[in-house]
Ligand binder design. Sequence first.
Ligand SMILES: NC(=O)c1ccc[n+]([C@@H]2O[C@H](COP(=O)([O-])OP(=O)(O)OC[C@H]3O[C@@H](n4cnc5c(N)ncnc54)[C@H](OP(=O)(O)O)[C@@H]3O)[C@@H](O)[C@H]2O)c1
Length: 355
Amino acid sequence: MADLLVYGSYGYTGRLIVEEATDRGLDVVVAGRDRNAVENQAIRRGCEERVFALDEPRLLDLALEAVEAVLNCAGPFVETADPMVEGCLRTGTDYLDITGEIEVFERLAAEDERADDEGVTVLPGVGFDVVPTDCLAAHLVERLPDADRLALGFEAAGGISPGTAKTAVRALGGSGAVRRNGRIESSSIGGETRRIDFGRGERTAMAVPWGDVSTAYRTTGVGDIAVYTAVPSWVPRAARLGSILGPLAGAGPVRSLLESLVDARVDGPDERVRREGTSHVWGEAETDDGERAVSRLVAPETYRLTKLTAAEIAERVVAGEAPTGFQTPAGAFGPDLILDIEGVERTDEPVEERS
Ligand SMILES: NC(=O)c1ccc[n+]([C@@H]2O[C@H](COP(=O)([O-])OP(=O)(O)OC[C@H]3O[C@@H](n4cnc5c(N)ncnc54)[C@H](OP(=O)(O)O)[C@@H]3O)[C@@H](O)[C@H]2O)c1
């Protein structure tokens, strides 16, 4: 039996993860629905291959029966996670993906009991979204066990890949999201802003519907969570305007046009940017009594970090180290998982007590 099937293996991020996983010695099967792309990659990397679409359950099950775990890199995951997880539950295969979509995390969390009964690990979000922020959330709640609120944030430079751009196009016309009193609430994009020091001086940051709104709650039990990203100061106003025009941008013909522009124009960061870039992650835990803890991470560029965290978690899952059922990265492996990733450093500010 092979270790890991990577589905969507020939996409921008899939390719990076296949390289990293095979370099670490994992026995990887490359897979997807485009025969030429899969076969060419299999020859280049010296891997086995499988060609199937996700609406072919017989071929899907045959492929899954031959591996310990699958790592789904075919996004938007709102379209691919359900059929792949169903296949995993039928065949007893562990499931990983690199989603950051709140809707996907919530749907898969609802399969916790079934997955546990089948002895299957379901662990979505093994990339930049959500591994570093999830680990920081868990670390902050270890530092401040009575935390009532969590704010998380990231500052990432260096450009985006085609699939990330398409996932963002799908989200146009939608709203933001935060968690209040344990429930996910929609918020207006650009409506919630604050100043955050990600480690290089204060920047404007805007709340975004990032995966941790779902996952950090499951990892820590804290019921109030917002996630921010650093943006130029004009962006929140433009985003508020965008949420007015959003329904038009999200409409079928406009969306198709934007997706074809992504196909033509978006390549993803190149090797130099991935090697030299850094990302900065910040987190704050607060109690109603006025205690406040802040911690930060400095980490590699987001796609480099994604390949490193995905391969690290895949190795651990294949080695049988993950609990069964629905899992978050830090829920499965603890807050220090991120410190095992090359190039990551964590710093803590002393806990403050406000009167
Ligand atoms: N969590 C994170 O930190 C993180 C990091 C990086 C990327 N991502 C996400 O990962 C996804 C992939 O990004 P990317 O830039 O690698 O995209 P990409 O270069 O466009 O590649 C996407 C891959 O998925 C396949 N795919 C898409 N829809 C499919 C479907 N319905 N059925 C079968 N295969 C399908 C594509 O195959 P075809 O060519 O056959 O369509 C391709 O192999 C995006 O959703 C992105 O947001 C997340």
